[in-house]
Design a protein around this ligand. Structure first.
Ligand code: HH2
Length: 286
């Protein structure tokens, strides 16, 4: 039996330090990778000026959150040291937060979390679900919004042979249990969102099953964040390489929102924003 802690009505906001993110309509998280090796945009925004310009462009195109990452977590990626990761992300987080943007730090590392929260990040996005020693403590003490993601294994080996008896039940149980741990550590429900972790220790069949099952994950009572943008699942379906998965990514974002996603994490903000505007026009005129 899957326990649901947050049994009240669906959360319509996510509290992220000084920002209250409106979730009465789908929110957009723009991806800003400051890495040499991310699977689709690695090396593009390594220079600080380029990263800041890209962040501002994503916001102008309609991103509600700027998700800054300094470590690729693509399958097979080699981990970077906390010092290296910090050197990449800290100037970018500091500058964009100072400009008033809602900045999220995409990290598994408690040291990076703490430094970025001090520098003005209002959200922590952890693909490891805040399971590293010290991660939960680093975040619980803050007022930041927290994204807890499901991942089977770790990035270096997770795609070798992912196995589940029932992927949807197992992911739901994991997310519900992590939300309970966060609540027990004093994190308010309004600060928590959950993510099934598309592509993180999952086959194409697992990813498709999870996409179909999003409504049952949304029923856990926390906002759902979904990241399908340019992922290999879309390559498997379309036969396209990462750069040519924009159209498939839009389809993925729309399907996710229709199935209950509150936040979609995307590379192609302008295109996704337009697609969601069409959806909103249809829904709101009904
Ligand atoms: N996917 C990636 C990174 N962070 N965070 C959340 N919450 N959900 C996701 O699905 C997710 C994530 C991987 O995508 P990307 O950042 O584009 O690539 P890389 O890890 O190679 O930098």
């Amino acid at each position: 039996m899957i326990s649901t802690l947050n049994t009240g009505s669906r959360q319509r906001t996510l509290q992220c330090a000084g920002h209250r993110l409106d979730l009465s309509r789908p929110a957009l998280m723009g991806i800003l990778n400051v890495t040499p090796d991310s699977f689709s945009d690695g090396g593009r925004h390594m220079a600080i000026d380029a990263a800041l310009a890209h962040g501002r462009r994503l916001a102008a195109e309609g991103a509600d959150i700027l998700d800054v990452g300094g470590e690729s977590t693509r399958p097979g990626a080699v981990p970077v040291s906390p010092a290296e990761e910090l050197q990449r992300v800290l100037p970018v987080v500091t500058a964009l937060a100072a400009e008033g943007f809602l900045v999220s730090i995409d990290t598994r590392n408690p040291e990076v979390m703490r430094a970025c929260l001090r520098a003005g990040a209002a959200m922590v996005n952890d693909v490891n679900g805040l399971r590293a020693p010290g991660a939960l403590q680093a975040c619980a003490e803050s007022e930041a919004g927290l994204c807890v993601m499901h991942m089977q294994g770790d990035p270096q080996t997770m795609q070798i042979n992912p196995q589940y008896l029932d992927v949807c039940r197992e992911v739901a149980a994991f997310l519900a249990a992590r939300a309970e741990v966060l609540r027990a550590a004093g994190v308010a429900a309004e600060r928590i969102c959950l993510d099934p972790g598309f592509g993180f220790g999952k086959t194409v069949a697992h990813n498709l099953a999870l996409l179909r099952a999003l409504p049952s994950l949304a029923a856990l009572g926390y906002p759902l964040l979904v990241g399908l943008s340019r992922k290999s699942l879309l390559g498997a379906v379309t036969g396209k390489g990462p750069e040519d998965r924009v159209h498939a990514s839009i389809a993925g974002a729309l399907l996710a929102v229709q199935r209950g996603a509150a936040i979609v994490r995307v590379h192609d903000v302008a295109a996704t924003h337009n697609a969601l505007a069409v959806r909103a026009a249809v829904e709101e005129s009904a």
